[in-house]
Design a binder for this molecule. Structure first.
Ligand code: JDK
Length: 238
């Protein structure tokens, strides 16, 4: 059983998690999900979570007090096997091996910031109590941590044993160890001729070794064209 908690000022963002794969994982008891509204841990009439930045500059910063109380409550007394994730545009880049690693943890807490981010002391203080990862979804700026959390949760949950019916399909896909770091080959299904476009003949041959070679060749070609960075420093010279 994996426990996921998400803290956000927009808990409604996480409604989609009750659908599809993550929803099924919850339904089948493999995953337990808690979504928490940060404003629950405010005490003023306006449920204030932001304030002006020390040192000046544009925008607002999330106040430390609500975050401190929220994390105390959600982490609880014994945050033993917990990883606390702060999505951030200046975090370490999230990738498949981090998803793999996080999928084996007992408990994950996602802290979603907004505005220009969270007062730094919240993260520094939390790091004295639990393992903290600041993670970036990619090199672009989102409006907050919610969308990054949705993507990371989906990438992590599908790797939890039992969540995906056929675990073989996991080891073949791009960015997993089994695919030798290449992009996936193109896939086809019926009909054999569609809008004048044919399915490559080799796929009808029943010749498994030739099919495997063809797929490998397509994977290498695609990787060279689109993601030469995935090839070794030598192969990358196209
Ligand atoms: C968490 C708040 C928004 C907006 C300022 C100035 C250059 C931007 C934070 N991969 C990824 N992208 N974006 C996020 C992410 C954004 C977040 C929060 C995650 C909380 N925001 C925001 C503008 C700035 N900053 C220097 C980069 C910072 C994750």
């Amino acid at each position: 059983m994996t426990r996921l908690d998400i803290i956000s000022i927009f808990p409604d963002y996480f409604q989609p998690l009750t659908l599809s794969l993550v929803g099924k994982a919850i339904g089948s008891g493999l995953v337990e999900l808690g979504v928490h509204d940060l404003r629950h841990w405010t005490h003023d009439r306006h449920h204030t979570v932001d304030d002006t930045p020390y040192g000046g500059g544009a925008g607002m910063v999330m106040k430390p007090e609500p975050w401190g109380e929220a994390l105390d409550a959600v982490l609880g007394e014994d945050p033993g096997d917990t990883v606390l994730v702060f999505p951030s545009p200046s975090g370490e880049r999230f990738h498949q091996s981090i998803a793999q690693e996080l999928s084996s943890r007992g408990r994950l807490v996602f802290a979603c910031g907004r505005y220009e981010g969270i007062d730094r002391r919240v993260i520094d203080h939390a790091a004295t109590r639990v393992e903290v990862r600041e993670l970036s979804l990619g090199d672009y700026v989102l409006n907050g941590g919610e969308v990054a959390t949705l993507a990371m949760v989906e990438a992590i949950v599908r790797l939890i044993p039992g969540v995906i019916g056929n675990p073989e399909s996991l080891s073949e896909e791009s960015h997993s160890e089994g695919n030798e770091g290449l992009l996936e080959y193109p896939v086809y299904t019926k009909p054999p001729l569609w809008r004048g476009l044919e399915v490559p003949q080799v796929l009808f041959s029943g010749h498994h070794a030739r099919i495997r070679e063809w797929r490998r060749g397509r994977s290498e070609e695609l990787t060279r064209e689109r993601r030469p960075d995935l090839l070794g420093p030598r192969d990358a010279q196209a």
